[in-house]
Design a binder for this molecule. Sequence first.
Ligand code: PEP
Ligand code: MN
Length: 356
Amino acid sequence: MLVVLKANASEADVKAVCEKIESLGLRAHAIPGAQRTAIGITGNKGEVEPAALESLACVQEVIKVSKPYKLVSRELKEDDTIVHFPDSDATIGGNEVAVIAGPCGIESREQAFTSAERVAKAGARFFRGGAFKPRTSPYAFQGLGELGLQIMADVREQFGLLIVTEAVDHESLALVEQYADVIQIGARNMQNFSLLKKAGRARKPVLLKRGMSATLEEFLMAAEYIMSEGNYNVILCERGVRTFADHTRNTLDLSVVPAVQRLSHLPIIVDPSHGTGKRNKVTPLSRAAVAVGADGLIIEVHPDPDKALSDGAQSLYPDQFDSLMVEVRQIAQVLGRTIADPVAEPGKRHAGVAAD
Ligand code: PEP
Ligand code: MN
C-alpha cells in the first residue's frame, strides 16, 4: 500500500501520517519525490484498510501497489533515486555516469595506492577493492581483512576517492560499514536475507550485485529486503549470469538495465569485469553499458594483472583503463550525460573536499 500526500503537505503532515501508520502496527517509509511525498507501508500480513488514511486532510490518495516489490518500485517513486555522499559532489544515479575502479582484492598498500592513483587520474571517483573475498576455493586468497579496509581508508584520504568494498557476512559488514562509503553485497550473497536485512540497517549506501542465476524479480526483491529495513540508498549492479555460453565467464545481461529502469527508481550500474571474465572484452562491454543507459561502471584495474592474487585475467592494465575512460566519456556525451574528467593531481578536492 502506498499513501500519496498532497503536493502542499508539510513535514508535520508527513510525520503525522507516519505515526498513524505505525499506530496500526505497520512500518511507514516516507519517500520524498520531486512533486510530492509518498509513504510506503510494509509489515502488513493482509490487506490494509485504506479508509483510516484516506480520511486525513493531507492525503491525496491511497494506492494498492501491484508489484511484490514496493519500496523499490517506480509506483512508489516516479523520479530516479540519486545517491549522494557526505563531503563529496560525486553521485550515483544522477546525470554523471559513476565510475568505480580498482583491483579485485586489496593485496598490499603499494598495490592499492598504485591502482588508486591511476584510476583517480583517469577520472574515476570511486575506488573498489575487496578486503574480504568470497572465493570459490577455500585455499584461494581470502583478502587482508581489516588491514585491507585501513588501506582503503588511507586511499580515500590520499586521493579523495570514495571507497566501495564487499561485506561477506555479519562480522565483516559491521567493519565495512565503519570504513567504506559504499557497502558491496556480492552475487553469492544476493539472497542471504539476514545479511541483506543487516545492510538495510546500516547507514551507508549498498551496492547490490545480481545473483548468478537471479531473475529480475528476485534481484528487485533482494533490494526490497534492504529498503524494508529503512536504507533507501541501494544501487543495483548487473555482473553477468550463468548461461550455456562458455566464451565468457558469465553472460553480461545488458538488457536488464532498461528492464530495471522501467520498474524501479533505483540506479543500476554494470560490472563488465566479472560479466565477461576476460580483459579484452571489458572495454567493448563498458562502451555498451554506457550506451544502454547504465548509471555507472565498476571495473577491475590492477597495476600488474599477471601477478594479481584474484581475477587477474579480467583486470585491466592502467593504460587500458585510461583508454576506456576516454571512450566511455564520448559515449556518455552523446546521451547527454557526463563522466568526470581526468585529474592531474588527485587529492581531497576530487571528492569535493578542499585540499589542506
Ligand atoms: C567482486 O566484485 O570482486 C566480486 C566478487 O563480485 P561478484 O560478487 O559479482 O562475483
Ligand atoms: Mn573480482
